[in-house]
Design a protein. Structure first.
Length: 551
């Protein structure tokens, strides 16, 4: 499973100017001058198929963060491991890293690299950096390379559940390949302390009123039994939207609002969900809940890590998040009395609640313009798909995934099967019911084994029961899918021109306004003023650009 985070558009836009200036007089495609890569001494053979080998081998400069360090095979390093050996031995591609940095510093390091003008041959960037490179004309057109060398399985993966390459298509051409993982994993749900519900004789929520009554009981009826009024119903965090753990959007979806998403209005035009009328009653209810002490009172001072600590300290009983959220709270599961269960987002009225989701492709793999072998990126992704899911997988997946099943993190470029988690859940649940794991693939069998360990008393494996088991976060996703209750963000392209200069300001305005309304520092009608200001300060222009880019 993957995590993603927002990048600072203001910082990147400044770096973009430096980057363009640094590269302005030298074309990175003119050989070695701009990139520092030695030119290949001879045109190697090996361009006949998706996994054909270069002979003689080619050299590829890249750069990575260190997220894979915890998943290395014994004796391997990030610079010398099973993936790099596989590229060299089977594809004739020798990968060398310009730098390897901590994950937290990777975005800043890449920004500095782009600003220097000395960029690698094949590397990964975020969506904003991709747009910067595209506008500067510094990345290769991959259209022909993908069409000619992309394996059938790779091409299939990019079409599962949506168009995984939509964000990198410009004027009919393809300038990057994404780490597309589908459209379902980001859908929100509500997580509730089910042990507290049992203690207070409460039933699972069917409506938003039910959920809020549960939250009220958690705040007022001493669910932890310590005789103190020190628990809260609902946990938020100061960012209101924090990637893969505690988010506001699930609550808003219950009121048919879609914050920070682009959705179609009745005319088919794309509009920004945070400024739509449905958002106002959701904020009004949050203000009411905060005043009543049902929302954790210090949420505005806590980032997602601190908010998670409040949950793990047993002080909050409800939060909204996507299917991977159990990983964020699994540390508390050493206590055998604690349990959390995921439920679908309930509706505030009689109309079913539709939840918002996103096309997940925060990372883009690109090739430096002028690099002699742009198809090498396509072959490396073919290699990833083949080793994990192709004919080779039966014998070789274990080698490339490692004992923990996360070995793909080591590879500089990789693509997992999009929307694969729902299939894993279905197969694992069937195997659990039949008490027969013989038909499971390696990844499915790993999750099955973790669940069996949990059921055998190993509380550390609780997270797998609550993600892949019969009563789990993915069982909620299945309910959404069966009832067609998911709406995907309609705009997944890189930032528009006005987004690059004004979105950070608009996002700050949105967060400050929403937080003050929830705290009761501003009246709910302040939302109307926010909408007007959002439009005037660049929102209307962004809306026009989004609609143009989506045609």
């Amino acid at each position: 499973m993957k995590r993603y985070r927002k990048q600072s558009l203001a910082v990147v836009s400044v770096l973009a100017l430096a980057f363009t200036a640094a590269c302005g007089t030298k074309d990175a495609g003119s050989g070695t001058e701009a990139s520092g890569s030695p030119a290949q001494s001879a045109a190697p053979k090996g361009n006949e198929g998706p996994l054909s080998k270069y002979d003689p081998p080619i050299n590829v400069r890249s750069a990575i963060n260190d997220v894979g360090k915890d998943f290395l095979a014994p004796g391997d390093t990030l610079e010398n491991n099973v993936w790099l050996k596989g590229y060299e031995n089977e594809l004739g591609i020798k990968v060398k890293y310009d730098w390897v940095v901590e994950r937290a510093n990777a975005a800043n390091k890449m920004n500095a690299t782009l600003a220097s003008g000395d960029i690698p041959d094949i590397f990964s960037v975020n969506q904003t950096q991709y747009k910067q490179l595209l506008d500067a004309g510094k990345i290769a057109d991959l259209t022909d390379a993908f069409n000619k060398y992309g394996s059938e399985q790779l091409k299939q993966f990019y079409t599962e559940g949506g168009d995984g390459l939509k964000p990198v298509k410009q004027d009919g051409k393809l300038f990057g390949l994404t780490d597309y993982s589908g459209t379902i994993d980001a859908a929100p749900m509500v997580y509730i302390r089910s042990d507290w519900m049992k203690k207070l004789n409460l039933e699972p929520p069917k409506t938003m009123d039910d959920l809020l009554n549960i939250a009220k009981a958690f705040s007022e009826k001493d669910p932890d039994g310590n005789g103190k009024k020190d628990t809260f119903g609902i946990q938020l965090n100061k960012d209101l939207d924090a990637g893969w753990t505690i988010k506001l959007d699930g609550f808003a979806n219950g009121y048919h609002a879609f914050p920070q998403m682009w959705v179609k209005d009745s005319s088919g035009k794309l509009v920004y969900g945070s400024i739509q009328p449905e958002m106002k009653p959701a904020l009004a209810k949050l203000q009411e809940l905060y005043k009543a002490g049902i929302i954790e009172q210090e949420f505005g001072t806590k980032d997602v890590t601190k908010a998670s600590e409040t949950i793990m300290a047993g002080k909050s009983g409800i939060f909204f998040g996507p299917l991977a959220s159990p990983f964020a709270i699994s540390a508390m599961m050493k206590d055998p009395n604690i349990d959390w269960t995921a439920y679908p987002i309930p509706s505030a009225d009689g109309k079913p609640a539709v939840v918002g989701s996103r096309i997940l492709n925060a990372t883009v793999f690109v090739v430096r313009k002028g690099f002699e072998h742009p198809e090498a990126l396509v072959k490396m992704l073919n290699f990833s798909v083949e080793k994990l899911y192709g004919k080779s997988a039966e014998k070789e997946a274990a080698t490339y995934l490692g004992t923990g099943g996360q070995g793909f993190q080591v590879a500089p470029v990789k693509l997992l099967q999009p929307n694969k988690n729902i299939t894993i859940y279905k197969n694992v649940s069937a195997a659990l019911k039949a008490n027969d794991p013989s038909k499971l693939n390696r990844e499915e069998k790993g999750n099955y084994d973790f669940i069996m360990k949990y059921r055998g008393g190993d509380r550390a494996q609780w997270v797998y029961e609550r993600i892949f088991g019969p009563v789990s976060s993915i069982s909620v996703i299945e309910q959404y899918m069966n009832n067609k209750l998911m709406k995907v963000n309609e705009f997944s392209a890189p930032p528009t021109a006005t987004m690059a200069t004004k979105k950070a300001t608009l996002d700050k305005l949105e967060l400050e306004t929403f937080t003050k309304i929830i705290y009761g520092e501003s009246p709910v009608d302040e939302f109307d003023k926010f909408v007007e200001n959002w439009k005037k300060l660049g929102g209307d222009q962004i809306t026009n650009e989004v609609n143009q880019a989506s045609k």
